[in-house]
Design a protein around this ligand. Structure first.
Ligand code: PLP
Length: 454
């Protein structure tokens, strides 16, 4: 979570000219300061958390400002542009739909919605069968919460309404999503918390060393919660605050546990879905299928579109008109999402992720070796990695070091978003799925160089 602002004073930096990076001005660019300053004056402060670079256009794995500077994009926006920036197929799909003369349709049927749903259906393992299109990831997780509560009421009455989620989890910024999230600080505005949202430790192997499933059961017992009162368990497949996937044995035990107690297993795939981890979904690594999955981000390559994937039974609980959203399957977003999913298949991007993944892993290891005990933990799966800066020998966050790494990366032409995670100590590395070996290697070397200077 970004908790501070990057300074707006331009700094002279060493020029960079490579195939993927071009930095030829001070950073931030002096001509951009007025625009940046005005944004800071007119928007809520919360919008000022990212590096002060004006995004103007992108191509594949690079992003450029209007002043002739180009960065190698290790952010993918925020894990969104899997197929890269400005993919010609996506541009074509957006243009064609606009030229067809339809840029809004509410829930009236459209052909493009059908085509997108059919494409999505081809990604789904049984028993996931139905697809509900929405706009944001938060909307998708909120919908999952509603379905879990409704399912609980239907089979066990009002008592069966507890939703279990995990410490340090993130499911979005709306009220239900924040109640479900595992960050105490983000909930202070809510006042009295709903006791039916309960968090247990996430088996990350770093802050929670014991990754056995017994911890899940023990944590609930310690809180005095009966498994029979639980309507669902929701987790990110890998935690977005770093890049730690649920251990497969834990996930399989959780699946069995949910079946036993008739609690829904919900996986938040907003970050993990559609190839980011080197498989279609994050859960494809775990040997399980959830009852519901919330998707967003990489589903569309950049346009606002999200989805809830669910079983026949769960998706039939509400009648016509009872679950809707104004911009559900907006035709232009749907056209972009369809093109995006087809590109992922046509260009074999998941295979590319599998090829690039060991390089990311080795790069992170090298960064850790170079930085020594300043980095407490690294994680990666597919093309998402995280470096957690901590005080030597502890899990205590060291956000200053993380912010410094991001700032220096920007100055050297590698685009990262502001640190996230516990105490803002995690630097995430998540290039588009289209990145090639050359570009990935170059960016990782830049980061290793920075690690040596820290
Ligand atoms: C795992 C996860 N779930 C849900 C969300 C919320 O998505 P949105 O910002 O589109 O509402 C995010 C956003 O970062 C996320 O990473």
């Amino acid at each position: 979570m970004a908790t501070k602002e990057f300074p707006l004073e331009p700094q002279e930096v060493k020029p960079v000219y490579t195939k993927y990076r071009r930095i030829h001005t001070p950073v931030p660019v002096p001509q951009s300061i007025e625009l940046l300053q005005t944004l800071r004056e007119l928007e809520p402060r919360s919008m000022g958390g990212q590096p002060p670079i004006i995004w103007h256009h992108g191509r594949g794995a690079t992003i450029s400002d209007p002043y002739g500077n180009t960065w190698l994009d290790f952010s993918s926006g925020v894990l969104v542009t899997g197929t890269g920036h400005a993919h010609p197929e996506i541009i074509k799909a957006i243009k064609e739909m606009a030229e067809q003369g339809l840029y809004h349709a509410y829930c009236f049927p459209t052909e493009i919605r059908l085509r997108l749903i059919e494409e999505l259906s081809s990604w789904l393992p049984a028993p996931l069968k139905r697809v509900f299109l929405l706009t944001t990831g938060s909307e998708a997780t909120e919908c999952c919460i509603k379905l879990a509560r409704t399912h609980g009421q239907n089979i066990g009455g009002d008592r069966k309404s507890i939703l279990v989620t995990f410490d340090n989890s993130f499911h979005g910024r709306t009220m239900g999503a924040q109640l479900a999230g595992g960050w105490g600080g983000q909930k202070s505005w809510l006042g009295d918390l709903d006791e039916r949202f309960v968090q247990v430790p996430f088996p990350d192997g770093f802050r929670q060393q014991d990754t056995s499933f017994e911890i899940f059961e023990k944590s609930l017992a310690d809180k005095g919660i009966s498994p029979d009162d639980i309507c669902g368990v929701m987790s990110e497949t890998y935690q977005g605050c770093n890049a730690t996937i649920i251990p497969a044995p834990y996930a399989q035990d959780l699946r069995k546990w949910c079946n036993k107690y008739r609690a829904l297993l919900i996986l938040d795939e907003v970050q993990a879905g559609f190839g980011r981890t080197g498989k279609p979904f994050g859960f494809s690594h775990l040997g399980i299928v959830p009852d519901l999955a919330a998707c967003g981000k990489g589903i569309s390559g950049g346009m606002p579109l999200s989805a809830v994937l669910g079983t026949e039974e769960l998706m039939g609980m509400y009648g016509p008109g009872e679950m809707t959203s104004t911009h559900s399957a907006n035709p232009i977003c749907a056209a972009a999402a369809l093109a995006n999913l087809q590109v992922i298949k046509k260009e074999n991007l998941i295979d590319n992720v599998v090829r690039m993944s060991p390089m990311l892993e080795q790069g992170l290891r090298r960064i850790q070796e170079t930085a020594g005990d300043k980095i407490g933990h690294i994680d990666s799966i597919g093309l998402v990695g995280a470096i957690q800066f901590t005080s030597p020998g502890t899990t205590d966050p060291n956000p200053e070091m993380a912010w410094e790494m991001v700032l220096r990366a920007i100055q050297k032409g590698v685009m990262l978003f502001a640190p996230v995670g516990v105490g803002g100590c995690a630097v995430k590395i998540n290039p588009p799925l289209v990145i090639n070996e050359d570009a990935l290697q170059e960016g990782l070397e830049v980061l290793a160089g920075i690690a040596a200077e820290l």
